[in-house]
Design a protein around this ligand. Structure first.
Ligand SMILES: Cc1cc2nc3c(=O)[nH]c(=O)nc-3n(C[C@H](O)[C@H](O)[C@H](O)COP(=O)(O)OP(=O)(O)OC[C@H]3O[C@@H](n4cnc5c(N)ncnc54)[C@H](O)[C@@H]3O)c2cc1C
Ligand code: FES
Length: 265
């Protein structure tokens, strides 16, 4: 079903082709959906009705992790009722998937040749699709990936990554921003930063990028209901870029990717 006359958003009944546990509480769920695969851009998300019955009643949003031909993958961390159920939903089951939704990372600009992809925890989910699109545009890509411990790091399918863990069990011991500070002098070219992760990480990253005059886009999260601007469940307050005031946006419409300079936290 096409949602709007001029929109690429479709609501699709898809069949799971694989659902693999790839880490503690993290599942990689793959399904075929040519309608979404054809139009998806890095940073877009899908809104999934996990259970045709009522529990949970509302759909749950997930970043598009990977697209290959008509295959779409999401990476889901189990945190509650919907994601726990999704992790136990076997291949052959069906899901109702609405997408692609939201805006996307701004990658088609000539003002950078090196992309720094900074992510934390399950925030690495959108980075594989983004990396692939950057490579096809001839950009150099470095990942900085952080987590509490090595068990939280998801690097499958990624190239050229640097890892930081708080407990030092994998890579550099400290935060991803500490590691970025250490590695930054070794990166060359004109740099743009793309990020997704917990709010404290995004806050520290936004400050780093401001100090170094680097453009930075961040993918945010909020509680979402419809994913298409109807329920007003996803309001987020951001700084304006044109004056000293703030504006409230619907993250499912004007996000999830925003200019990190607009972050208020
Ligand atoms: C645009 C977008 C992209 C996302 N991409 C991914 C992804 O790629 N992989 C992934 O694992 N998760 C992603 N999330 C978060 C994911 O949607 C939530 O973890 C999920 O909706 C929780 O559903 P649940 O039924 O398991 O949890 P619930 O039982 O509803 O809640 C359990 C706990 O999780 C919290 N929670 C619920 N929804 C969210 C949310 N949207 N963000 C943060 N905390 C939440 C609740 O406050 C509660 O504490 C994304 C969220 C957004 C908005
Ligand atoms: S999720 Fe319903 S308006 Fe954004």
């Amino acid at each position: 079903m096409n949602m709007h006359a001029n929109s690429a958003i479709t609501d699709n009944r898809v069949t799971i082709i694989s659902n693999e546990c790839i880490g503690p509480d993290v599942s990689l769920v793959a399904f075929r959906c040519p309608e979404i695969a054809m139009h998806a851009k890095p940073g877009n998300f899908v809104n999934i009705k996990i259970n045709p019955q009522n529990e949970p009643l509302l759909r749950r949003p997930f970043s598009i992790h990977h697209v290959e031909d008509d295959r779409v993958e999401i990476m889901a961390k189990s945190v509650g009722c919907g994601t726990n159920l999704l992790s136990r939903t076997p291949a052959g089951s069906t899901l109702q998937v609405l997408g692609p939704l939201g805006n996307s990372f701004t990658i088609d600009t000539p003002d950078y040749d090196t992309a720094l992809l900074v992510s934390g925890g399950i925030g690495t989910a959108p980075m594989r699709f983004l990396e692939k699109a950057l490579f096809t545009r001839g950009k150099t890509v470095h990942h900085i990936i952080g987590g509490q411990s090595g068990r939280d790091i998801q690097i499958r399918g990624l190239a050229n990554y640097h890892i930081a863990t708080m407990d030092g069990s994998h890579g550099y011991k400290g935060t991803s921003i500490d590691l970025l500070r250490q590695k930054y002098p070794s990166f060359s070219g004109s740099i743009k930063v793309f990020s997704c992760g917990p709010n404290p990480m995004l806050k520290a990253l936004a400050a780093f990028c401001k100090d170094h005059e680097l453009p930075c886009e961040a993918s945010l999260e909020s509680i979402m209901g419809c994913g298409i601007g109807i329920c007003y469940g996803c309001t987020v307050e951001l700084k304006n870029t044109f004056n000293n005031e703030t504006s409230t946006i619907l993250l499912c419409q004007e996000g999830p990717v925003i200019d990190a300079e607009r972050l208020l936290f």
